[in-house]
Ligand binder design. Structure first.
Ligand code: TXD
Length: 319
């Protein structure tokens, strides 16, 4: 059986980290695509030279030719520009929408059977636009944000409760922005819901509320600290978990930006919800019960995504 093929469109900070993680896990052969000429080739060669040390066998290729992504099983898209301090994710829309048009065409022509994971911001709008431009089935195009936002939430909760991150589960729904919805009722330590842990005296509502707020601004906190660019280790790790669930048909239940067709009262919109990812791509959407507060917050988040789509259609009426 030949190796799987993973194409990374965008070989920048996240793209390079994706390549390293995919190689370390021997998920398949890897193509790093970027419009920058030498850089993807340099990263591919550097990663190939790490193989003998770590012991991973993977063909790594850097390219600026879309033909080289032909037949990819998974395409992970980070092409575009990241935030600078003081910028919101939404400020990237004008530039990155045009990038999604080019990337969508490249995927449509060369890798129409791939499972596509979009990372480029503003995520919920870019994944929708990428699906429109590529024309791939909706269940084969998904956005990475919820796994990252949930991981940030889980990290802060593990710190607060002083427990292993392995035993902390968390849900963050909605758009990948300030309106995201960390749902404490579905977040647990080894199955014990966070509200119960508060009643047990393991934390206070105030501290948990502060953690929810810090999760919402988690991306901005890192942008501010780095001063140039945004997070890339946790975003890349999150996308690889989604890719692995597809490639190995693991059927993990993960929070991802997926196309809704009536679930949660939302139609023809990409937004973060719990989905099962297996060999069929997005195989199932979990429509969980939300309390009034969470539902109201979710609806605010959905409205924020709808506004981004209006902005996209204002730029490209063909969408
Ligand atoms: O959770 C999430 N979804 C977010 C997403 C988490 C963190 C970062 N998020 C976004 O990912 C970020 O706001 C950016 O929009 C993307 C990529 O972030 P990264 O940090 O990897 O940006 P880089 O290092 O600038 O890499 C982007 C690469 C760069 O090498 C460019 O040359 C390339 O994209 N690029 C292109 N490649 C192909 N085709 C086109 N048109 C193109 N334009 C730029």
């Amino acid at each position: 059986m030949s190796r799987k093929k993973i194409a990374l469109v965008g070989a920048g900070m996240i793209g390079g980290t994706l390549a390293h993680l995919a190689a370390m896990k021997e998920l398949g052969d890897i193509v790093l695509f970027d419009i920058a000429e030498g850089m993807p080739k340099g990263k591919a060669l550097d990663l190939a030279q790490a193989g003998p040390v770590e012991g991973y066998d993977a063909n790594l290729k850097g390219t600026s030719d879309y033909a080289d992504i032909a037949g990819a099983d998974v395409v992970i898209v980070t092409a575009g520009v990241p935030r600078k301090p003081g910028m919101s994710r939404d400020d990237l829309l004008g530039i990155n929408l045009k990038v999604m048009q080019a990337v969508g065409a490249g995927i449509k022509e060369n890798a129409p059977d791939a499972f596509v994971i979009c990372i480029t911001n503003p995520l919920d709008a870019m994944v929708w636009a990428l699906r429109e431009y590529s024309g791939l089935p909706h269940n084969k195009v998904v956005g990475m944000a919820g796994v990252l936002d949930s991981a940030r939430f889980r990290h802060f909760l593990a710190e607060e409760f002083n427990v292993s991150v392995e035993d902390v589960t968390a849900f963050v729904l909605g758009g990948h922005g300030d309106t995201m919805v960390p749902v404490i009722e579905y977040s647990t330590v080894a199955g014990i819901p966070v509200p119960d842990l508060i009643k047990m005296g393991w934390s206070t509502q105030e501290k948990i509320d502060a953690i929810v707020a810090r999760t919402r601004s988690g991306g901005g906190e890192i942008v501010q600290l780095l001063g140039n660019g945004s997070a890339y280790y946790a975003p890349a790790t999150s996308a690889i978990a989604m890719a692995e669930s597809y490639l190995k048909d693991k059927k993990r239940l993960l929070p991802c930006a997926a196309n809704l067709t009536g679930e949660y009262g939302v139609d023809n919109l990409y937004v973060g919800v719990p989905v099962v990812i297996g060999a069929g791509g997005v195989e199932r959407i979990a429509e969980i019960a939300l309390n009034d507060t969470a539902k109201a917050n979710f609806d605010v988040s959905v409205d924020a995504v709808k506004e981004l789509l209006v902005a996209c259609k204002g730029i490209d009426p063909a969408l």
